[in-house]
Structure formats: C-alpha cells, structure tokens
Design a protein around this ligand. Structure first.
Ligand code: S3P
Length: 455
C-alpha cells in the first residue's frame, strides 16, 4: 500500500483558473464509514467514498478482520460487518501505508478484540508517534508490543474482558478520541472521553447515526465530555460522503492566488470543526462565497466559490488549530502572496503529521524565495503580492501529500516554475489532483510548458 514509485512534478506560472469542480469524498468520514460498517451486522452502503490509497488500506484492514467490503460502482461501496464484538483475527499484518488516521482508529478496534493484530506502514507512518493512542488502550487492558518509542511495526492484543475508562485526551486529537471510543464499543459499561479542546466530531456523529448510545456534553470546566455505552446493537446505514474540505482547500487557495481566477468547488463539507481555513482566509480579505448551502446526513454542505483576491497578512491564534490542522501548509502558501506578514501560532502538532510539516513548509518557502521564520510551534511568512521573484526551487515532500499539493499550488502563482520531488504521494488522499487542476487551466507537467503570458 502506497509504496508508490516517486514522480516529480512541476507547476508553471498559470492564469485564469476557471470552472466548477468536485473534489473527492472526505477522508475522515470515509475511514469511519468503512470501520463502523465493519462493526455492524448487516449491509452498510457508502456513496461518494474517497477512493484513495489511505482509504483502500482501511478497506483492506476491515476485510482482514472478516468484514466483506465491496466496490459496487464509482465511489459506491458496501460493507457487510460482523458486529462490535465479532471481528476475526487477521491472518497477516495490516498495512496502513501512509495513513495515520486509518492506523490509529483501527488500533482502537483491534485493542478490544482478544487476538493479536499487527500494524505496519510506510516510512512516514513508521516514524509517527503511536503512544498517544496506545496509552489509553493499555489502560483499558490491551497488551502492546512495539518498536521503541511506540512506533510501527507493532502488535496489539486485547484482554478479555477489557475495562471501560474515562480518558482525558492530553493532545487535541480526533484520532485519539476516536480510537478510545471505537475500543469502547466492545467493552461493557461506559467509556468516556474528555476533550479540553474540541476536535472534529465525525466519530461521535456517525456512532449516533448507527444507533449507539452516545452522549456529548460539557463539564463545569467547559471541557467536552463524550460518554459511550458499550456493546450497542448498531444498525447498518446508508452514508453519503460529502466532498473533503481539506482537499478543497488546495483549489480554493489556487483560485485566490492565481491571477484572473474564478472557481467553484461543489458539495464541500462545512462542519464547523473543519472550517478554520475559510475563516482565516476571510480575515485575509479573500473573495470567497458559500453558495447553495444545504444539509445532508446531519452535516452542512455548500459550494465554495473563490476568486482572485488581494490578500493581507494576519495573525492566526493557536485556538484555531483544531479546526484547520491539516490546512496550515496551504495557508502558508496563501500567506506567501499576501501583503505583509502572517504569523501562525499553536503549530506543535504539525511536527508529527505525515512529515514534520512545520519544517517542510518553512524549507519549501525558503527554497522559493519567501521570507519566513520557523519557531518551535509557530510560523511567520512575509508575503509578496503578485509573487514577483518567487519560485524556481525544488521542494522535498517527505512522503507528505499535503506538502506536495501546497507547493504545486504555489508554483501556479509564483514567477518561476516550482518542482515537487514526489507527486505520487498525493494519491493517498486526492487521486486525480493534478488532472483536476489542469482541467481548470493550471499548467502542470514538464518544464517545457510555456510560462504565463507566453503564447
Ligand atoms: C483526523 C484527525 C487529525 C487530522 C487527520 C484526520 C481524523 O489528526 O490531522 O488528517 O480523521 O480523525 P489528529 O487527530 O492527529 O489531530
């Protein structure tokens, strides 16, 4: 999985990105749809599923646990599950490729079953810390054998019975919250998660949709408290996956910074825990409109229109981070074209994403002429409106899809072409990204593509 051959790609100065597009389904919801389908007796049907490497890895893992996972059409999948306590021991290791969400959530599922499950992944995933998920799972009774520092490869075996816990999540992480809740599904009694900082709530919403007894409230300290009753009778669902706002982000920023552009990204999830980037871009003066707003499956969706804008630098407070954690690389690119300085705070979690994103973004910007300061948990970017003098550098992506996409977007608006060392990794979350951008008028490909203004 996702050990793909490396493919460098060059973005050339472009103009007038125009058109209406739909980006693939939301990655967070797609992982959870397959997992909850596998934990439910009966047939769950999913439409609009993200068919990317990360999600295919989750599908393969759910099959290895005994569920029947089938593709029935484009983006249409069915999952015949076995119930919260019914999974079977996988015959081989579960290869999650590049997928942190898939691996961490599946660890929660595996930990509540009394057999050994082994997790492996690519070089990026094998560097990422798993202790944040393993700590609560150990408290619940699971036994873990892991490489030092709690990294992959690792094996987990659940105890019989496991103990329900009340767990205060020490880092703002929807993955940790979700792993504990998914483990709690197969444990008698109440499993509780306390979140000092609220993170994306797709697991809670989807569990409620599948019929679990789950309550979300607040304690006197203002923390979010989620209480789940174990061993529920889940009911199969029909799930429509909305377009991924974290994928739409790349197109929106391209629409803002490439001259004469006007694009619409259709049917994007507007869950309020995911809209931080839109709020910051609005503060920067972006011409963004939400059209055709609607609701489906308990979520707000809309078409997002982005037109070329004069952006200005802003300060982004640390409190914003949970609602835009995956969007900082592309925000940094928008900031590179804004007037003045943008400073982003509260970025410590970026150090443990698919790459050390703070370092990767700072290095990519610096290699392309942008003045920036990398702090331990902050980034300052001084913009160049119009992009004069920017570009011309090569960007190291470090097996990180969002670094690849962010700098390809930057290359469309810089004065000189920019090359990312590996665009193949984009297939982990956004298959067809380059083709979709090219369809809007972006110049991507070999160095011979004519520059902006050329015939
Ligand atoms: C995700 C949670 C976030 C995010 C990731 C998807 C999820 O990670 O960065 O892309 O689907 O739960 P953290 O939980 O580490 O913040």
């Amino acid at each position: 999985m996702s050990h793909l051959p490396v493919r460098p790609l060059t973005a050339h100065p472009s103009s007038a990105l125009r058109g209406r597009v739909r980006v693939p389904g939301d990655k967070s919801i797609s992982h959870r749809a397959l997992m909850l389908g596998a934990l439910t007796v009966g047939r769950t049907r999913v439409t609009g599923l993200l068919e990317s490497e990360d999600i295919l890895a989750t599908g393969a893992a759910m099959r290895a646990f005994g569920a029947t996972v089938e593709r029935t059409g484009e983006g249409a999948w069915s999952v015949d599950g076995l119930g919260p306590a019914g999974l079977l021991e996988p015959e081989g290791p579960l290869d999650f490729g590049n997928a942190g969400t898939g691996a961490r959530l599946a660890m929660g599922i595996a930990a509540a079953h009394p057999f050994a499950s082994t997790f492996i992944g690519d070089a990026s995933l094998s560097r990422r810390p798993m202790g944040r998920v393993l700590d609560p799972l150990r408290q619940m009774g699971a036994e873990v054998i892991a490489r030092s520092g709690d990294r992959l490869p690792l094996s987990i075996r659940g105890a019989d019975p496991m103990a329900p816990i009340a767990y205060r999540v020490p880092v703002p992480s929807a993955q940790v919250k979700s792993a504990v809740l998914l483990a709690g599904l197969n444990i008698a009694g109440i499993t509780a998660v306390i979140e000092p900082v609220a993170t994306r709530d797709h697991t809670e919403k989807m569990l409620a949709g599948f019929g679990a007894e789950i309550e979300v409230g607040r304690n006197p300290d203002g923390e979010t408290v989620i209480r789940l009753e174990g061993l529920p009778a889940l009911r199969p669902q029909n799930i429509e996956v909305p377009a991924d706002p974290s994928s739409a982000a790349f197109l929106i920023v391209a629409g803002l910074i490439v001259p004469d552009s006007d694009i619409v990204v259709e049917g994007v999830l507007l869950n309020e825990r995911r809209t931080g980037l839109l709020e910051v871009l609005a503060e920067m003066g972006a011409d963004i409109a939400i059209e055709n707003e609607r609701r489906t499956g308990g979520e707000r969706l809309g078409d997002i229109r982005a037109r070329t804008s004069r952006l200005k630098g802003v300060t982004v407070a640390a409190e914003r981070a949970p609602s835009m954690i995956d969007e900082y690389p592309v925000l940094a690119v928008a900031a590179a074209f804004a007037e003045g300085r943008t400073v982003m705070h509260g970025l410590e979690e970026l150090r443990v994403k698919e790459s050390d994103r703070l370092a990767a973004v700072a290095a990519g910007l610096a290699a392309n002429g942008v003045e920036c300061e990398e702090g331990s948990a902050s980034l300052g970017v001084t913009g160049v409106p119009g992009g004069q003098g920017l570009g011309g550098g090569r960007v190291a992506t470090h097996l990180d899809h969002r670094i690849a996409m962010s700098f390809l977007v930057m290359g469309l608006a810089a004065e000189k072409p920019m090359t990312v060392d590996d665009a193949a990794i984009i297939a982990t979350s956004f298959p067809g990204f380059a083709e979709l951008l090219a369809g809007l008028g972006a110049r991507l490909g070999e160095a011979k593509t004519p520059a902006r203004g050329a015939a």
